[in-house]
Ligand binder design. Structure first.
Ligand SMILES: Cc1cc2nc3c(=O)[nH]c(=O)nc-3n(C[C@H](O)[C@H](O)[C@H](O)COP(=O)(O)O)c2cc1C
Length: 190
């Protein structure tokens, strides 16, 4: 079956907004990827899912590396611009710089990284594979820089960009905790 963009099923997913930076046959490039995931602690690894026709895919395959900058709450315009034009036709990095966004040269890879992102990861491509209608690029993190001065922008697919909301939780009172402990012990497997 299909779960299309914007439909009720797809709208239940919530993600970060990755700004995937790369350098290769299409020059320096940046694209927005909601499908950006932390997939391993040690070694630190991330996965980004990118359409095979995007300039970013060509750049990553050619260079064997990519950057991931997680957008902050104040970077929604950057997300919009990087996600709505292709590096095959536009030098988005130059356009964004002209618009006042700032980049810095990565320490371990050839790409630029986004100033003011909540997290900047410089990655070496470990493997990539076509998974459904996107290519999953898995990268090992060589260099990481977190900035906690702002919160991460949160994307709810097909509806928009949000701030992290109120923390929620369940009843952790002693009575409830005892009930939970008792139920788990009653159903313990031999
Ligand atoms: C909010 C948002 C999220 C996006 N997420 C993804 C994604 O996860 N994967 C993807 O392939 N494209 C995604 N896109 C679309 C790409 O960013 C877009 O196709 C971009 O133009 C590709 O740029 P490039 O050709 O320079 O690589 C997203 C766009 C927006 C606006």
């Amino acid at each position: 079956m299909e779960m299309k963009y914007g439909e009720a099923e797809s709208r239940q997913f919530v993600t970060n907004l990755g700004l995937v930076t790369s350098s290769g046959k299409w020059g320096h490039d940046i694209m927005t990827a909601e499908w950006t995931h932390h997939i391993s602690y040690s070694p630190a690894m991330v996965a980004v899912n990118v359409h095979d026709y995007d300039a970013t895919a060509d750049n990553i395959i050619e260079s064997g590396e990519f950057g991931v900058s997680l957008a902050s709450e104040s970077q929604t315009e950057l997300v919009d611009i990087a996600g709505h034009s292709s590096g095959k036709k536009t030098d988005k990095v130059a356009a964004l710089e002209e618009l006042g966004f700032r980049f810095y040269k990565a320490a371990r890879i050839g790409a630029y990284m986004v100033e003011g992102a909540v997290l900047n990861l410089e990655c070496r491509l470990v493997k990539y594979e076509k998974v459904g209608d996107h290519v999953m690029f898995i990268g090992e993190v060589l260099e990481a820089r977190a900035d906690e001065s702002e919160g991460p922008a949160v994307f709810r697919s097909g509806t928009g960009i949000y701030k992290v909301g109120d923390k929620i939780g369940h009843d952790k009172g002693p009575e409830r905790e005892k009930k939970v402990g008792d139920a788990l012990s009653r159903h313990a497997k031999p």
